[in-house]
Design a binder for this molecule. Structure first.
Ligand code: PEP
Ligand code: MG
Length: 316
């Protein structure tokens, strides 16, 4: 079955009811992007750039960064590559960038919020990104955005740096939807962003107020919780076709959750490279329109367990 899935992996993925869904991959850098391309990924939906910055004594130079990002673009041969700007803080710390010790790092200065205090670090990243080729395959994505002001500030910064470098056409700029406020403000974000990508790992954590690292809560931390699904629905409805909406959290690779995500209207799923063929195969079997008819009732259910049961039974 895996062989067959692999053979059709490079074809467009269309559901039984005729929706075309992009199936992209989450990677840590250029080497993994090559594996993603071999697995038939339609692009890179999330390059977690923080992996370039971890486990070293100092930040990578602009040239080092450019080499790694360019390798990812080269591996995909013109297909879109979404590079997420540095997302450290909370669970990911850098020795050479001591952050103040705070009681709740997951709610602290992390992701895009680092911009204010670490401007040069993020500038170096944007400079590396702006010199890649071809720039129209590159998409820059901002983590931990909580409102449209952060997107505006970053776009302005990008325009300034592009001006300094003599780059005339900017790459697409999008935001992660991984904080409830961003999901609820999706309309204003979609009006100014080129794409949205839902980070279900953090969106679930912040919606349920349950630490994603806490083993005692792992069983309850489920994207199929009706509250999380309602925020995903709000995101798709807020975007209202103004820009594409993807999902790059682990839920995109979960056989039950991915069906619900597509039925809720997302256009793109980004998963571990090895899961690309299986996710494409599952999508080709899915009647998303028929599943969508069930969702209004299921979004009123008591908990994730109840939703999971309904989806499982329906898919069987
Ligand atoms: C997410 O939060 O869902 C996500 C994709 O980002 P990360 O897992 O890197 O926080
Ligand atoms: Mg996240």
């Amino acid at each position: 079955a895996r062989g067959a899935a692999r053979a059709s992996a490079s074809q467009p993925t269309t559901t039984r009811d005729g929706r075309t869904i992009e199936v992209c991959a989450n990677v840590a850098g250029g080497a993994e992007a090559l594996i993603a391309a071999q697995e038939g990924a339609d692009g890179i939906g999330l390059l977690r750039s923080e992996f370039l910055f971890l486990e070293r004594d100092s930040a990578p130079s602009v040239d080092e960064q450019r080499g790694e990002y360019q390798a990812a673009l080269d591996a995909l041969g013109g297909k879109p590559v979404i590079v997420r700007t540095l997302d450290i803080g909370a669970d990911k710390q850098l020795d050479y960038l001591p952050l103040p010790s705070v009681a709740n790092p997951a709610l602290g200065v992390r992701g895009i919020r680092l911009w204010a205090s670490h401007t040069e670090l993020l500038n170096s990243q944007l400079r590396a990104l702006l010199t890649l080729e071809p720039l129209d395959a590159l998409r820059i994505m901002l983590p931990m955005v909580s409102g449209v002001g952060e997107l505006r500030a970053l776009r302005q910064r990008l325009e300034t740096l592009a001006g300094e470098l003599g780059v005339s056409r900017l790459p697409q700029l999008g935001v992660m939807i991984e904080v409830p406020s961003a999901a609820l403000c999706a309309a204003s974000l979609a009006a100014e962003a080129d794409f949205l990508s839902i980070g279900t790992n953090d969106l679930t954590q912040y919606t349920l107020a349950m630490d994603r690292e806490d083993p005692g809560l792992a069983a309850q931390l489920d994207v199929l919780h009706p509250a999380v699904l309602r925020l995903i629905k709000a995101t798709v409805e807020g975007a209202a076709g103004r820009c594409p909406v993807g999902v790059c959290g682990a839920a995109a690779g979960d056989p039950l959750a991915l069906a619900v995500l597509v039925a809720l209207g997302v256009d793109e799923l980004s998963v571990e490279p090895s899961r690309v063929p299986a996710v494409k195969a599952a999508l080709r079997e899915l009647d998303a329109a028929a599943l969508a008819e069930k969702l209004p009732t299921w979004l009123e259910l008591d908990d994730a367990t109840a939703v999971r049961e309904r989806v499982k039974t329906w898919l069987e």
